[in-house]
Design a protein around this ligand. Sequence first.
Ligand code: THU
Length: 133
Amino acid sequence: MDLAKVTVERLIEAARRAQAQAYAPYSSFAVGAAVLGADGRVFLGCNVENSSFGLTVCAERNAVAATLVAGTRPAAVAVVVNGKTVAPCGACRQVLAEFDPGMPVVLASATHDSHEVMSLDALLPGAFHFEKP
Ligand code: THU
């Protein structure tokens, strides 16, 4: 799916709002994610860290959960950080691939006016898919 420019901008703006809510007292690395639902609505997620570091949940997976609980499915995602853009971590790539292995992934910066749109299959070639025997 190709994202319209207006949709890319809408997702980046939403992800910036999500980033403002990040709970990242340990890394100080605030991440915001916005998922475009299959029904056109947009859902937010931020990273939520924990003093038991392994319990940290990434912004992308929190946005995916918000999408599902609202009754729709992820169709695209934008990720916003400060400074140089980052791609979702491996765990989040696999979680996103569950819903559409080719979904558009927008990588954006809150501090630079730049972004990039990638396809998830370029970020996670050979994703695991479970097929019932
Ligand atoms: N983080 C995300 O929220 N998304 C990613 O794709 C990579 C990392 C968060 C987890 C942690 O709170 C902080 O960034 C530093 O790793």
